[in-house]
Structure formats: structure tokens, C-alpha cells
Design a protein around this ligand. Structure first.
Ligand code: GAR
Length: 207
């Protein structure tokens, strides 16, 4: 009987999807791609989209896809762990940063050890850190004369763009590339690899 109860418990657990929250501050093209990728997936669900920018495109994308949203404010985010109960309510087990431009407070990192990941539009450890996002990154790559750029997916720790790297993909930087043309190449890599890498990571960690 005990065995049957255990079996039933295990089955119940397996029937429940793993819930992801996406944190984003901008247009949300990566969030859109991730939502599309996991649409109809019984095992992994995008359950919440959080943003610190009321006018962020990502919130429109969330609404279009009937995904609940959370607007976070600076004080609650940094001074209190006010959002932890919300994440608990949605049974969030992974947080994906897709163009989220605030540093993650240590209490949140402690609540989600090795469960918060970020994507950066360059080959870390190069061209990361405070203020390094979007065009600033691609301009820095070009000014530095790099011949390659790409994407880095990494665990989030208490420093900007710093935690252990999970995955990188590269693209060439051509002599006549501008920040705009390089951004397009890098975005293509993001849209190709981010969602499958999230899936791989979650599946590796759910046994
Ligand atoms: C992405 O390129 C992501 O790599 C970058 O913000 C962009 C968001 O675009 N993140 C960083 O620069 C973090 N340091 P999106 O809103 O279209 O997904």
C-alpha cells in the first residue's frame, strides 16, 4: 500500500508542470520566442512575466498570450523580499532573465539557488557588467576590434553578468558590421538557442 501511495505521489508530481517566471525590461523578443517554444508543453509552463517598466513591450506580449504579469517597483524589489510570496503563489521554480536590467537582490538569489539564469548578448566574461546591455555591448565589441561575438547563457549571482556560464554560441564580427547589424546576428542566436537551452537545463535538473 505504501508503495502504491508513493507511486501515486510521484505521478502527481510528474503531472504538474515546472513553472517559469520571465523577468524582462524591454521589447521582449526573447520572451516571445520562449513563450512560443513552450506553448502546449505539458512539462514546462511560462506562468508569469515580471517587468520593472510599465510600458515595456514584454507586458503586451504577456497579455496577448494570456500570461499573468507582475509590475515590480524598485523599493519592494531591493529593500524587501516582497515578491517572494508572489513567486511562491505561482509555484515558480525557475526565473529566466530576458533583457532584465536590474541587478538581482541576494535574497532572491538565495531563494532560487542555481535556478535563475540570464542571457547576455556577448561572449562573457568580455563586455559584461553594469551598463552593458543592448547596443552598448555591440558598440563595445566593435570598438574593441573583436572578430567574434555571440551569446552567453549563465547562472545569476550577485554581480552583473557574472555567474557560471551554461552555454555560449558565436557569430563572426565582419569589418563592415555596425552595432545594428551585429545586434541582428546576435539576436538570431538568442532566438535559436535560448529556449532549447532552458528546456535542457530544466530536464537535467528534474530527476
Ligand atoms: C537581449 O539581447 C539580451 O541579451 C539583452 O537584452 C536584450 C533584450 O531583448 N540583455 C542584456 O544585455 C543583459 N545584460 P528583447 O527584449 O528583445 O528580448
Amino acid at each position: 500500500k505504501k508503495y502504491l501511495t508513493e507511486l501515486a505521489e510521484r505521478k502527481k508530481k510528474m503531472d504538474k508542470p515546472v513553472n517559469i517566471a520571465i523577468f524582462a525590461s524591454g521589447a521582449g523578443s526573447n520572451a516571445a520566442r520562449i513563450i512560443e517554444y513552450f506553448c502546449g508543453n505539458a512539462a514546462i509552463k511560462i506562468s508569469l512575466i515580471a517587468s520593472n517598466v510599465p510600458a515595456a513591450g514584454v507586458l503586451t506580449i504577456a497579455a496577448r498570450n494570456n500570461i499573468d504579469t507582475l509590475l515590480i517597483n524598485r523599493e519592494n524589489f531591493f529593500k524587501a523580499d516582497a515578491y517572494l510570496p508572489v513567486l511562491e503563489k505561482y509555484k515558480i521554480s525557475w526565473i529566466v532573465l530576458a533583457g532584465f536590467l536590474w541587478k538581482i537582490p541576494s535574497k532572491l538569489i538565495a531563494a532560487y539557488p542555481q535556478r535563475i539564469i540570464n542571457i547576455h548578448p556577448a561572449l562573457l566574461p568580455g563586455h559584461g557588467g553594469k551598463g552593458m546591455y543592448g547596443h552598448f555591448v555591440h558598440e563595445a565589441v566593435i570598438t574593441n576590434g573583436d572578430t567574434e561575438s555571440g551569446i552567453s547563457i549563465h547562472f545569476v549571482d550577485e554581480l552583473y553578468d557574472h555567474g557560471k556560464i551554461i552555454f555560449q554560441a558565436k557569430c563572426p564580427v565582419d569589418k563592415n558590421d555596425t552595432a545594428d547589424s551585429l545586434a541582428k546576428k546576435v539576436q538570431q542566436l538568442e532566438h535559436t538557442y535560448f529556449a532549447p537551452e532552458i528546456q535542457k537545463l530544466i530536464l537535467q535538473n528534474c530527476s
